[in-house]
Design a protein around this ligand. Structure first.
Ligand SMILES: Nc1ncnc2c1ncn2[C@@H]1O[C@H](COP(=O)(O)OP(=O)(O)O)[C@@H](O)[C@H]1O
Ligand SMILES: O=P(O)(O)O[C@H]1O[C@H](CO)[C@@H](O[C@H]2O[C@H](CO)[C@@H](O)[C@H](O)[C@H]2O)[C@H](O)[C@H]1O
Length: 464
């Protein structure tokens, strides 16, 4: 293995100014851009690092920028330097046809004048530079590339950018590793690295163990930029598999039970690896109030939710009342956004959980807080319901049988069945359905009927 590389190379001055007009058009069109619906009015540079010299055949700049956006879509609304994004900007004389989807634009001034700027993650050489930096534990400017010593990263792995719909960008290297390059980045401990690393070190086999990660050290704070994990070859995610079985009219109970067991294994390992807290009366009341607040916010934003809000609220007041019984609950670190699409099944039938970032709209501190493990259980129960509602020809009882099997599997490993705590379960399922109403209204309005049907069911608890 070669020695760690330490270089300090700041990108040339004027780089961002020359890219500014191109990025204003390009950035909002990216699937992973979080500020949709509000124009980008400018950028401020957070850091720029030259990874391949600007005058080389392929130039490569690692750029962290804040996008300035008005606070609301209304004209004349106050602007703020908003979210920070990670960009890998490639520069070539001209783009070969295979890189056409990566085009950012032709640069007319500044250090890249006369060259074409493009999203370098589409390109082989720049993607190799990232893996090589991880393999050697490089330090380049403020960028730190770390690797787990016991997980060798081979040379010669051919990269390809994944083209699936996702919130970040992932590069697969020779079907051996997958590098998730985070797009909207925040300073602090990122659960998408923290939890898989803790689980792997705990010996839990239900998560691809991080082999390396990229960090930016800026002004005394660390920003996680990406995580390299083993690629599960030939894997299918739980959502694809569930829809496939539904289309054939087949049940999914064996897999649902295995998923329940996998979830409980992850919870057990997380509870061992990271601190847990006891929830007493005060904390449970607080949790109920937080859920009521989220319901009010969602009902304000989505008028279709309003008729159900009073009945849904009873799920949360019941949780508050439970506090008076004097029981306690344990809260621990959880996945935070668990659904069928976050579960991968290998060709040998082993399930892994991925994407521990938590619900994307929540602040980092909230995503890292210990929570009752039933939060993830509720996420999966909702997901079986989603799958059942996504097919043209419904399969009677499909979601119910999956939900029961999942809880059974969970109880086999965890030692307690989530259904024996119905008030807790109903509150969390209701909270998740409310989140989904807001999520779908914002991102996929065509899907809104799916969580709304759950809202109807959950607002008549005797049929829930
Ligand atoms: N370790 C892995 N092995 C195989 N495929 C993976 C792995 N991790 C992620 N994927 C694939 O990449 C997709 C996106 O990963 P994910 O972590 O959910 O990214 P995002 O947060 O950007 O949505 C997943 O849906 C899955 O298909
Ligand atoms: O995977 P992400 O971390 O981006 O999660 C967000 O998007 C999910 C949709 O892609 C969304 O999940 C909802 O839709 C799924 C079907 O597409 C369904 O299986 C889930 O149960 C449902 O919540 C998730 O809520 C959101 O955070």
């Amino acid at each position: 293995m070669s020695e760690a590389v330490t270089r300090t190379v700041t990108s040339p001055p004027g780089l961002l100014a020359s890219l500014d007009p191109l990025l204003r058009d390009w950035l909002p069109r990216q699937r992973w851009f979080a500020g949709k619906g509000r124009p980008v009015t400018g950028f401020s540079l957070v850091a720029a690092t030259e990874l391949l010299p600007a005058d080389a055949r392929i130039g490569l700049h690692h750029v962290l920028v804040r996008a300035h956006q008005p606070l609301t879509p209304a004209a004349g609304a106050p602007e703020e330097p908003g979210d920070c994004y990670q960009l890998l900007i490639g520069a070539r004389e001209a783009l070969p046809p295979r890189l056409a989807p990566a085009l950012i634009g032709h640069v007319t001034e500044g250090p890249l004048a006369g060259r074409t700027a493009y999203d370098a993650l589409y390109d082989t050489r720049p993607a190799e530079v990232l893996l090589e930096a991880l393999r050697t534990g490089a330090r380049i400017g403020g960028l730190r590339f770390e690797r787990e010593r016991d997980r060798g990263i081979r040379t010669g792995l051919v990269p390809r950018l994944m083209t699936t719909e996702q919130s970040n960008s992932s590069v697969v290297y020779g079907d051996t590793f997958i590098l998730k390059v985070l797009r909207r980045i925040v300073p602090g401990v990122n659960p998408d690295l923290e939890l898989p690393l803790a689980l792997a070190r705990e010996g839990c086999p239900r998560v691809p163990a991080p082999a390396g990660w990229m960090v930016a050290d800026l002004a005394g704070r660390s920003w996680v930029l990406g995580v390299l994990q083993p690629y599960v070859q030939g894997a299918s995610d739980g959502w694809e598999l569930a829809l496939r079985e539904l289309a054939k009219g087949e049940d999914f109970v064996a897999e649902a039970r295995a998923l329940g067991r996998a979830t409980a294994e992850v919870h057990t390992a997380l509870a061992r690896a990271l601190p847990t807290v006891t929830l007493g009366q005060g904390q449970l009341r607080h949790l109920a109030d937080v859920m009521i607040g989220r319901l009010e916010e969602a009902a304000h934003a989505v008028p279709l939710l309003r008729p159900y809000a009073p009945a849904l609220r009873t799920a949360f007041t019941a949780l508050g009342d439970l506090a008076a019984e004097g029981r306690t609950w344990t809260a621990q670190r959880v996945h935070g956004d668990l659904h069928l699409g976050q579960c991968l099944r290998s060709p040998s039938g082993q399930w892994s959980l991925i994407d521990f970032e938590g619900e994307p709209a929540k602040q980092l501190a909230e995503r890292r807080m210990p929570q009752p493990p039933v939060r993830d259980v509720a996420g999966m129960l909702r997901s079986f319901d989603y799958a059942a509602h996504s097919v043209d020809v419904p399969v009677p009882g499909w979601a119910g049988s999956c939900r029961a099997a999942y809880c059974t599997g969970y109880a086999e490993v965890a030692g307690s069945d989530p259904r024996t705590d119905p008030v807790m379960l109903r509150a969390h399922e209701t909270d998740k359905a409310v989140y989904e109403v807001l999520y779908e209204a914002r991102h996929r309005p065509d899907w809104l009927p799916v969580p709304l049907s759950a809202v109807r069911r959950l607002s008549t608890p005797e049929s829930a």
